[in-house]
Write a protein that binds this ligand. Structure first.
Ligand SMILES: CC(C)(COP(=O)(O)OP(=O)(O)OC[C@H]1O[C@@H](n2cnc3c(N)ncnc32)[C@H](O)[C@@H]1OP(=O)(O)O)[C@@H](O)C(=O)NCCC(=O)NCCS
Length: 150
């Protein structure tokens, strides 16, 4: 998926270090880190898409498909590149890919304390579908959110 500003494509083998740096910037207090990102890259059921401008990764999305469902595991955008539609474009890309693989619902979970992300997901078509109380180490609840794919 290409527009005038950026390209959305799968992560390349040589880009894991750059992804790890960006993921740490996005999730400073509790990043997945190099080993888990590498494992996701190797996992055939998991896809890592990146949004690239010039030679830089400005956003990433880690997701997996198990028809009729798919799930977003992690999404992040470089702090200096937020609020210009990068994450929304990556979600759209996941939805389009999922649709071609007979997926009916896209799920994710998010901390009930992550207001920016919850607002973002609602703006992207997700609705709350459940809650896991005290799910995170911090004591925060996990909100389950779902997006129907037509
Ligand atoms: C959440 C995050 C991925 C959003 O990325 P983004 O590229 O800035 O989002 P977009 O520019 O695509 O925004 C899309 C919509 O969400 C809304 N939105 C995005 N960030 C928002 C914020 N901080 N507060 C309120 N609304 C927000 C936008 O207003 C926009 O709505 P619109 O389509 O009605 O105009 C980004 O803030 C981020 O990386 N946060 C840190 C990591 C994180 O918490 N990830 C999610 C948990 S896995």
């Amino acid at each position: 998926m290409i527009n005038d500003n950026w390209t959305i494509r799968e992560l390349g083998r040589g880009e894991l270090a750059e992804l790890t740096e960006l993921e740490t910037r996005c999730f400073e207090t509790n990043p997945w880190g190099k080993a888990k990102l590498e494992a996701s890259y190797r996992d055939r059921a998991t896809t890592i898409t990146v949004c690239v401008r010039g030679n830089s990764i400005i956003g990433f999305c880690i997701w997996r498909v198990f028809p009729p469902e798919s799930e977003i595991l992690l999404i992040g955008v470089r702090p200096t590149e937020r609020n210009i539609g990068v994450a929304k474009a990556m979600i759209r890309n996941v939805i389009e890919n999922s649709r071609t693989r007979s997926v009916k619902t896209l799920y994710l979970e998010v901390s009930n304390r992550n207001y920016p992300a919850i607002t973002f997901y609602k703006a992207s078509g997700f609705v709350e579908s459940g809650v896991r109380r005290g799910y995170y180490r911090s004591g925060a609840d996990a909100l389950l959110m779902a997006c129907k794919i037509q």
